[in-house]
Design a protein around this ligand. Structure first.
Ligand SMILES: Nc1ncnc2c1ncn2[C@@H]1O[C@H](COP(=O)(O)OP(=O)(O)OP(=O)(O)O)[C@@H](O)[C@H]1O
Length: 254
């Protein structure tokens, strides 16, 4: 299958520090990939380069065969490269229905004066109900975000991302900060994502990584040191060394 998402020889340095060091990744529709790595490995920088929030020094990003390296973040979203909206970016006084409707209207290039009337737009509302229903948020659709539990806010992030109809979805620690009692619902939502969507998840929780990912990529000091099956990652000598190194540094610092 031809790749839907390609990162080719991507590089970024801050001062003398190579934070993204010749990183290449290729993903096909339906891939479920976890990107892991010790603290400071360069995961956040990598995502910012890929989404267009940070310009690379060199290298390319391709989406469905099109080079998007010089296209801004909004243009990449329109082309189907979507990063899950963060809880910190949800509007506390707005409702889940309003968030999802806004994303749908944005996707369709219909934002602006029409937004206030979305409740009267049957097509938009049908999609809002459908999306929120898939994530079990229908009962809360007209509550304010500040009134709903954190785990439900994280589900709303996924709903907003899905409303943008991604081809490639980047998830940044989707279950972080969610109480244990609610993580099952997040995992179910991830399991229910469309089969043809390519998903790249950054995650520290290895239990979640092993349940979700069919492929694991390990980043250490800005470079990929492992790209393969979850069953092999913990056996890999370079991965063990990278993590041991980070634990040793952490205990040294402490
Ligand atoms: N804007 C910047 N200027 C200078 N250095 C930066 C900048 N952004 C990140 N760095 C450095 O780049 C390295 C990688 O940081 P990054 O946040 O990408 O790692 P990470 O893998 O996401 O870490 P964590 O898991 O702790 O979030 C770190 O050494 C960090 O200090």
């Amino acid at each position: 299958m031809s790749p839907v998402f390609e990162v080719i020889n991507l590089r970024k340095s801050f001062g003398g520090l190579a934070v993204t060091n010749n990183v290449s990744i290729s993903m096909a529709p339906g891939d479920r990939v976890a990107l892991i790595g010790p603290n400071g490995a360069g995961k956040t920088t990598f995502v910012n380069l890929v989404t267009g929030n940070l310009p690379p020094d060199s290298g390319d990003v391709r989406l469905a065969g099109e080079t998007v390296t010089r296209i801004g973040a909004a243009g990449r979203v329109r082309r189907g490269l979507v990063r899950s909206f963060q809880v910190t970016r949800l509007f506390q006084e707005m409702t889940p229905a309003e968030h999802v409707a806004l994303a749908i209207l944005q996707r369709d290039g219909r934002t602006g004066r029409m937004f206030g009337n979305f409740l009267k737009m049957p097509n938009v509302m049908a999609e809002v109900v459908d999306l929120l229903g898939t994530l079990g948020l229908n009962d809360l659709m007209h509550r304010k975000v500040r009134e709903i539990a954190y785990g439900q806010q994280r589900l709303l992030e996924i709903a907003v991302a899905m409303a943008l109809k991604p081809k490639v979805l980047l998830l940044d620690e989707p279950a972080a900060g969610v109480p244990q009692s609610d993580t099952g619902r997040i995992e179910q939502a991830l399991a229910d994502l469309p089969a043809d969507l390519a998903v790249l998840m950054i995650e520290h929780d290895m239990d979640l990584v092993f349940r979700f990912a069919r492929r694991v990529i390990v980043l250490a000091a800005g470079a990929i040191i492992f790209d393969g099956a979850p069953a092999d990652v913990t056996k890999d000598a370079r991965v063990r060394e990278a993590y041991l190194g980070s634990y040793a540094n952490a205990s040294h610092a402490a």
